[in-house]
Design a binder for this molecule. Structure first.
Ligand code: MLT
Length: 408
């Protein structure tokens, strides 16, 4: 008898963004004339930078010729891309990461979701609340939680991010083995200073724990004092894995390219307490289950590091940051307490006592604007909505006018 993985029964019926898409689709069917502005899922709307497009085309042309054609590439990514990543994203900022510690992939969603496979099923996992749902759902699928009760899964350590702690969770009281952190944060948009990040690294070192650090939004950091990588903290290479993505940095959500950094110094432990290198384990998993990102896409990603690509990519991020600024100021002026939108494309808005799904429904029906209800990110998000800055300036301006009208 073929039997189900019982852990799947503990999951909520659908993935958050699929759930929202379904509600919006239904609303659109019932209101076919209504123009909807989507500021829900963080999906980019502007074209790829010109430098990336040129490199993408050139890569496709190479595939059109027997002499330059390429079949399977290295699962970990081509050296031309891994070397640029190591040099420009890490070494240039004083982080001693080498090209062979970079694993190119088709997305930070897949990597942050898949990485937990390497760990025992009875480890103690610390998950922020609110949180990007992928970290939580994949641990539920893997059987690391009990049932859902009172808004939370049993067996996890929740790291609350609230107004009271400036959306920076405190270190856990109990000893945890695996810790998920994301900065600039999705969904709150909060950022972390080097001093605070240092405390997490120290905690991980003292507790033989591992930090999975999601830095998918680092390109939005414009405050130079903030760390862009956890490896800017001394000793982090022994206790942290970092996830990065070209999705939001360079408009690759539909093109797909990301990477994960697994330093060779990073160790985990077997049941006898013996050290095991995490790099070799991830390499084994990656090369067994993944066949690499397509060659033209890796060429397009490489172009991000060219002189013109760097300028164009920065301009793209600045465009969305200006949108974020408009949203943040509008919501501030309307009397909402907000966080994010400064070094982040997300604005986390306290609904002033409104339930997040009620706020979502009100904005959809009265303003035709889609946001993300905070409850979808966890119990601590119940009174918040997240507004994404990924859309055209015209749509952001129109959405802000509509929200002002709706709240009159
Ligand atoms: C989000 O809206 O949180 C992100 O776009 C989702 C993702 O990157 O998978």
């Amino acid at each position: 008898m073929i039997r189900v993985n019982e852990n799947y029964k503990k999951l909520k019926s659908s993935y958050l963004f699929a759930d929202i898409a379904k509600r919006v689709e239904q609303y659109q069917q019932e209101n076919p004339d209504k123009n909807i502005i989507r500021l829900g899922i963080g999906d980019v709307t502007k074209a790829l930078p010109d430098a990336c497009i040129k490199a993408f085309h050139a890569g496709v042309d190479e595939m059109a010729n027997d002499k330059s054609f390429r079949g399977y590439g290295p699962e970990q990514g081509y050296a031309f891309l891994r070397e640029k990543i190591a040099r420009y994203d890490f070494q240039a900022r004083g982080a001693d990461i080498s090209a062979d510690e970079i694993f190119v992939s088709d997305g930070a969603k897949c990597d942050t979701g898949n990485f937990q496979e390497l760990f025992a099923s009875d480890i103690k996992v610390a998950i922020p609340d609110p949180v990007y749902p992928v970290y939580l759902d994949t641990n539920i699928m893997a059987g690391r939680t009990g049932d859902f009760a009172d808004g939370r899964y049993q067996g996890l350590v929740y790291l609350d991010s609230t107004k009271e702690n400036n959306f920076l969770p405190d270190l856990p009281d109990a000893s945890c083995d695996l810790i998920y952190l994301c900065f600039p944060n999705n969904p709150t948009g909060a950022t972390i200073t080097k001093a605070v990040l240092e405390k997490w690294v120290t905690y991980a070192r003292e507790n033989q724990a591992l930090i999975l650090f999601d830095a998918a939004y680092e390109a939005f950091i414009r405050d130079d004092s903030l760390p862009r990588s956890i490896y800017e903290i001394k000793g982090a290479d022994e206790v942290a894995v970092e996830f990065r993505s070209f999705s939001k940095t360079a408009g690759f959500t539909g093109t797909r390219c990301a990477y994960t950094v697994v330093p060779r110094a990073c160790m985990i432990f077997d049941e006898t307490g013996e050290k095991t290198g995490l790099h070799a384990l991830w390499n084994r998993r990656h090369s067994t289950k993944f066949n690499g990102v397509s060659y033209p896409v890796q060429r397009a990603a490489e172009a991000v590091y060219s002189e013109e690509g760097a300028v164009q990519t920065k301009a793209l991020v600045s465009y969305y940051l200006k949108n974020a600024d408009l949203i943040r100021h509008t919501m501030d002026d309307l009397g909402f307490d907000c966080v994010g939108g400064e070094n982040s494309p997300y604005i986390w808005v306290d609904g002033n006592g409104r339930d997040s799904w009620a706020f979502f429904d009100m904005l959809l029906s009265k303003a035709g604007v889609v946001c993300t209800p905070g409850a979808g990110f966890g119990l601590c998000g119940g009174d918040y909505i997240r507004i994404s800055a990924f859309n055209s300036r015209e749509n952001i301006e129109a959405a802000m006018i509509r929200i002002k009208e709706a709240l009159k």
